[in-house]
Design a protein around this ligand. Structure first.
Ligand SMILES: NC(=O)c1ccc[n+]([C@@H]2O[C@H](COP(=O)([O-])OP(=O)(O)OC[C@H]3O[C@@H](n4cnc5c(N)ncnc54)[C@H](O)[C@@H]3O)[C@@H](O)[C@H]2O)c1
Length: 348
């Protein structure tokens, strides 16, 4: 299969992880990177790729087939429009953008330009979650009743860091990197994807950029009758007892930023999935999950390469969809749907 040429736009926290993950790919080559911030392209960024100080310069070079947009959410719409007009396919990080109108405009722009827009639902490529979806589809858990995630920890309100207005403009949805709009948007998408069922009803409360941070929650009802619950607050203290945790094979994102893999993690991100015939505990970035049913509790090991290889799996899937005209695995309409559900918390 022909290798597609990728340009990464935004070489901050996650852009650098995409870059590292794509290096071992047999389906894509990173041929260019672009970042508007002086200094972002410095440092140990050795690689045989061109470096550009703006999206316009990168696109004018006409060297890429796919743009990986890893810039702050507030910039996604304008950058996606530029890439679409240049005839480049786009993988856009989550959240797709900040309003449903903006998301609809992005989708329409890409459709009229004849380019594909892949929503960066990276959790769909995490090995433990792929296995959870397979188990649910196999009927092993029976009908799903309840899915939940809570991230409640921290060092008190004084230690909370809201993402800056460059990510989330003042007055709109905002909060910290482990809050509703920035992290919960992954889970909203995931609950639908895991169960092949749309969210039909949502209520909650979310933090507004520039305002005092408070606990956030979102409760959802899905078309299959399942309930989804999210609770976030990193402005308090953990109530976990010793004895929880996993030896995490994969590198992961947590309250303290990006953590390398291969270490014991006492408080890793996880979801609980409860069905009529069984339950799963899934640690997002681990290469294992726990499955309990009538016959007891067992640990299910997963052989796939640990994170951040999921970013490579994601771009390779997107490349295959482009080359073979396949059905999109992460259509942008799913990014719009996840955004609408999160924003329902603000409307409530
Ligand atoms: N999928 C995941 O697991 C995951 C994890 C973290 C972040 N994200 C998402 O990735 C995106 C980036 O997050 P981050 O934490 O890496 O942000 P960041 O602030 O660390 O990095 C963003 C980079 O984009 C650059 N940039 C900003 N505006 C630009 C422009 N107009 N043109 C070119 N470069 C520009 C900045 O200079 C910076 O280097 C966000 O949408 C975030 O939600 C996804």
């Amino acid at each position: 299969m022909r290798k597609l040429r990728v340009g990464i736009i935004g070489l901050g926290g996650v852009g650098r992880v995409h870059l590292a993950a794509y290096r071992a790919s047999e389906r894509v080559d990173v041929v260019a990177v672009a970042d508007a911030s002086p200094g972002a392209l410095d440092g140990e960024l050795a690689g045989p790729f061109a470096r550009y100080a703006s999206v316009a310069e990168l696109l004018a070079s006409r060297v890429i087939d796919i743009a990986c947009v890893a810039t702050p959410p507030a910039t996604h719409e304008a950058i996606v429009a530029q890439c679409a007009d240049a005839g480049v396919h786009i993988l856009c990080e989550k959240p797709l953008t900040l309003t449903p109108q903006s998301a609809a405009a992005m989708i329409a722009r890409c459709e009229s330009a004849g380019v594909r827009l892949h929503y960066g639902a990276s959790y769909r490529f995490l090995p433990a979650l792929v296995e959870a979806r397979r188990l649910i589809a196999s009927g092993a858990l029976g009908r799903i009743r309840l899915m939940r995630e809570s991230v409640v920890d921290g060092g008190g309100p004084g230690r909370q860091n809201a993402l800056p207005p460059g990510h989330y403009p003042l007055g709109g949805p905002g909060g910290t990197g482990m809050g509703l709009i920035d992290h919960g948007v992954h889970l909203v998408d995931l609950f639908s994807w895991l169960t092949d069922s749309a969210v039909t009803e949502a209520h909650g409360r979310g933090n507004v950029s520039g305002e005092t941070l408070a606990p956030e929650f979102l409760s959802m009802r899905l078309a299959n009758g399942a309930i989804g619950l999210l609770a976030y607050d990193d402005g308090t203290f953990s109530s976990l007892l010793p004895g929880e945790g996993v030896f995490s094979a994969g590198a992961s994102w947590g309250a303290d930023g990006y953590a390398p893999g291969g270490a014991w993690d006492a408080n890793p991100g996880s979801i609980h999935i409860h069905g009529e015939r069984g339950a799963l505990r899934v640690f997002h970035y681990a290469n294992l999950l726990y499955h309990r049913d009538d016959s007891g509790l067992r640990q299910v090991p997963i052989a796939a390469a640990p994170p951040p290889a999921h970013f490579r799996a994601q771009i390779e899937q997107f490349a295959a969809e482009i080359l073979h005209d396949l059905r999109p695995s992460c259509p942008p309409q799913d990014g719009l749907a996840a955004l609408e559900v999160v924003l329902a918390a603000y409307a409530a």
